[in-house]
Structure formats: C-alpha cells, structure tokens
Design a protein around this ligand. Structure first.
Ligand code: UDX
Ligand code: UDX
Length: 458
C-alpha cells in the first residue's frame, strides 16, 4: 500500500506511544513509526505485553500494529523515510551541574536533533512533542541548520496535554490541539501540514495555532495552573483539620462557582507524575534566568506546598499512632501516582514509603498495576518492604492501612473482613479521601482522612 504521509516519533514512552497509536488509528492512510533507543521497550511494544498500562490502548494497538503502525529501534532509517518527525524523548530534571534539581536536562533532545540532522536526506518537519523550556526551538534550529547538505528543517511545537489513565479519551476528544509555528512561509506550511493530520478527527475549532514561543510556554503554564489548583486546595487541608471544616465540602462549595470550576480540587497527599514538578521547576528556573524572582518564588510555592503535604501525611500517621511507628506494620493501598496507570514517577508514595521506613515501620505494599515499578523505585530499601497483589492478604496483621492511590477497587473492598485480620487498634489513613469514613468508623477503625476531622474510638 502507498501511504499518503510518513510520520515517525522518536521516543516510545508514555506520550510517544499512545499519541502515535491514536494518529495511526485515525489516519489509516499514514504510515506511523515509533522509534526508540531502548530495545527492550520496543520489543514490548511489539509484544502482547505493552510497556505501559493505559485503559483502551491495547485495542488501538491491536487495530493498527503491523498495518500502519510500527515500532522499531532503527532510528536512522526512520529519519530518512519520514517527512514529519515528532520528538518525544524525555526531559527529566537535571541532576548535575548548573541548574541541578531545577532545569530540565536537554541532553536527549539535543542528541536527537543531531541525529536527525546527520541522517536526513530530504526536507523535514520537526515537531516538539516533549515539554521544553520556551525558546528551545531556537536552539534546535541552530543545531539543525549547522549542516551543508541543503536539507531544510521547519520546527513546530505541538505539546501534548494528555493525562495518564485517560490518555486514549484525551487523545480522541482533546479540549484543544495546539500547534505553534514561525510565521514564515515555511513555518506556516509546516503548521498547515500539522493541522491537516489532526483534522482527520479533531474539529477545526479545537485546533489552535499560535506563534511557536506561545505554544512552548502554554504547555508549562497549563501544567503550572493544574498543579497550582491541587496545592491551593491542599494548602487548606491543615486549616480544615484544625477548625472542623471539611475540605470536601469546601471544595464543592467553591468549585460550584462556574468561574472557579470543580476539577483539580481533590485534596490528598499531593500531586505526583512525571510532569507537574519537573515543569514547574523548569518554569521557576526560566523565570530566575530572566531575573523574575518574584514570579519564580510564586510558582516555587506550588512545589513547596506539595512537599509539605507529603511530609504532613507522614507526621499525621506518626502522631495518630502514639508517636512511634517502630515495628508497626503499615499497609499501603496503592503506589501508582494516580489511578488507572502503573506509572510511579514522582509518586507521593515513594517519599511516604521511605519516610515510614525511616520511622522503622514495616511496610506492605499492594497495587493492581504498579508493583513492578514500586520495586524499582524502592531498590535502596530492598528487603524491608513486602509486596502483595491481593489487598486482603496485604492487610493481614497490619496496624494501619494508608490509601495512597485512588483506585476505585479500594472503595469496593470488604472492610469488615480487613478489620478482622488487622491488629487493634486498627487505623485507616485515607490519603485520597475516597472511602466511606462513617462506615469504617462504625466497623471499629480509627479513621484519618485529609482535611477533615479524624474519627477515633479513644
Ligand atoms: C516525554 C517527556 O519526558 C516529557 O518532557 C514530555 O512532557 C512528554 O514526553 P514520557 O513519554 O512520559 O514523557 O517519557 P518516557 O516514558 O521517559 O519516554 C521517553 C522515551 O524516549 C524513552 O522510551 C526513551 O528510551 C526514549 N529516548 C530517550 C530515545 O529514544 N532517545 C533518546 O536519546 C532519549
Ligand atoms: C498532567 C496533566 O494533566 C496533563 O495535561 C499533562 O500533559 C501531563 O501532566 P498526569 O500527570 O498524567 O497529567 O495526571 P493528572 O491527572 O493531571 O494528575 C497529576 C497528579 O495530581 C496525580 O498525582 C493526581 O493524583 C493528582 N491530583 C489530580 C490530585 O491530587 N488532585 C486532583 O484534584 C487532581
């Protein structure tokens, strides 16, 4: 079959994989190839056991793989073949040198840009899919244009707004698709070509075109706003606990104002995930670079409240359990950074587990999808943590259960059965406020939600 367009994506991760699968699914006339340096990852994309868990992804892969969707490690061939190259490699926070702990580490995208430059034999459109600091395209252009081959590159920014766990629905019916380009004839042509791809399934009015710098910045700002709402609501949980106000009632009362809206107001143990913290720190670093210290301080506060919330949860457990956790068995319900994913990157559970371990608690972790990743994250405290697939098994002989991920299965468990197998007094710390607290209290548990008065039998 002769394909209308050849697209590749460099980086077969949580973003690259599902995004390209959706393009292939919606555009059977395009050939889409996802390439990655990681051989094991590509092998898993080509197997029945995909490297990431995402509801609905298996079906889309089954419908497209081998037809117009391909996974490969042959990056050089992919670059030669494709007209459009998405770059979705990771940009983690730097762990060394200048900007360590703040700035994004751009070594992978720079390496990728050089790889594209050195292998391209015809003109290409380069699509920034990963989240980059503003003006990354400028640096990328410098690298790409340092060639004598006469090959021309147009760069567009097309940030991805999908959230894990709902990636397929987010890709299928996005609130908006953003395409940023230069306002040069080449830039506008590249922009139109991108719009053409999305028009295969996204209504025109939802496709937003902007200049390239606005597009790069919008992604950082969107993540900062979302994270800020979570830190804002979490910042009031302590006040609720002190004043007998209830954060769920407050969030509802506030969120019903249509100017505020009700989403991203679930209080809990703080946000996790690979993006929020990294992107805010990147924004803070960028602001400081431009000498905007007040702005940087403002956004840094969002991350600080988030760190505080995690520590506060640990101290709450310690305090409730008579100021000592040594030798007590605590069962963690959930380790993923949110429900419906196996991803544990920046999960609050990592910090909480390590702190509880420092307090010498014995830990049992259960999660329907994330135990493999949990074991990797907790490599340095190997041997001190027990992993159990079954939550009922996990709770046996525990002094406390702490809910760290809002998996709906935890709402549906038989807590009478769990109470029977636990040590007494039995505690429940509902870090996500998802359980029926009155019912648990009636069973006999001492119940500690977040941002609500605790319910105790003593
Ligand atoms: C990525 C970026 O990390 C993030 O900045 C952006 O917001 C969304 O895209 P994600 O897909 O979750 O996020 O990252 P990850 O799952 O780590 O996937 C990146 C992939 O790129 C990995 O499979 C890695 O092997 C691959 N990679 C990395 C390359 O193929 N080449 C490289 O040089 C570096
Ligand atoms: C986020 C953005 O939503 C997405 O647009 C962007 O592309 C990547 O970053 P993601 O991190 O996958 O997506 O998940 P999200 O649903 O936003 O949740 C992030 C974290 O916030 C999770 O730990 C979640 O549990 C937490 N959260 C979310 C809350 O604590 N309260 C809420 O009300 C909402």
């Amino acid at each position: 079959m002769k394909f209308e367009k050849h697209i590749i994506c460099i980086g077969a991760g949580y973003v690259g994989g599902p995004t390209m699968a959706m393009i292939a699914y919606k555009c059977p006339r395009y050939k889409v190839t996802v390439v990655d340096t990681n051989h094991e990852r590509i092998a898993r994309w080509n197997s029945d056991e995909l490297p990431i868990y995402e509801p609905g992804l298996d079906e889309i892969i089954a419908a497209t793989r081998g037809k117009n969707l391909f996974f490969s490690t042959d990056i050089e061939r992919g670059i030669k073949e494709a007209k459009i190259i998405f770059v979705s490699v990771n940009t983690p926070t730097k762990t060394f040198g200048t900007g360590s702990g703040m700035a994004p580490d751009l070594q992978f995208w720079e390496k990728t840009a050089r790889q594209i430059r050195d292998n391209a034999e015809s003109d290409k459109i380069i699509v920034e899919k990963s989240t980059f600091p503003v003006r990354t395209a400028f640096a990328m252009e410098r690298i790409l244009s340092a060639t004598k081959t006469g090959v021309h590159f147009d760069i567009v920014s097309n940030p991805e707004f999908l959230a894990e766990g709902t990636a397929i629905a987010d890709l299928e019916t996005p609130d908006r698709v953003l395409v940023g380009s230069h306002e040069t004839p080449g830039g506008l042509r590249a922009r139109d070509e991108m719009v053409e791809i999305f028009l295969n399934w996204v209504p025109r009015e939802k496709i937003l075109t902007t200049n390239i710098w606005s597009s790069e910045l919008s992604k950082l700002v969107a993540n900062a706003f979302l994270a800020q709402r979570i830190s804002s609501i979490n910042s009031f949980t302590e006040l609720c606990e002190k004043t007998e106000a209830d954060i769920t009632e407050v969030a509802r009362a506030v969120g019903l104002d249509h100017r505020i809206g009700g989403t991203y107001l679930n209080a809990g143990i703080g946000f996790g995930g690979s993006c929020f913290k990294k992107d805010i720190l990147s924004l803070v670093y960028l602001c400081r670079h431009y000498g905007l210290d007040e702005v940087a301080d403002y956004w840094e506060g969002v991350v600080k409240i988030n760190e505080y919330q995690k520590e506060r949860f640990v101290l709450g457990i310690l305090n409730a359990m008579f100021d000592t956790l040594a030798g007590k068995r605590i069962c963690l319900f959930g380790f993923a950074f949110k429900a419906n994913t196996g991803d544990t990157r920046e999960s609050p559970a990592i910090y909480i587990t390590k702190r509880l371990c420092e307090e010498r608690a014995e830990l049992v972790i259960t999660d329907p999808r994330a135990l493999q990743n949990a074991e990797k994250d907790l490599e340095d405290i190997k041997g001190t943590v027990i992993y159990k697939n079954d939550p009922y098994d996990a709770a046996v002989s525990c002094d406390a259960v702490a809910v760290l991920t809002e998996w709906s299965l935890y709402r549906e468990l038989d807590y009478k059965k769990i109470y029977r197998v636990m040590n007494k007094p039995a505690f429940i710390f509902d870090g996500r406020n998802i359980l029926n607290h009155e019912k648990l209290f009636a069973i006999g548990f001492n119940v500690y939600p977040v941002g609500k008065p605790p319910m105790k039998h003593f």
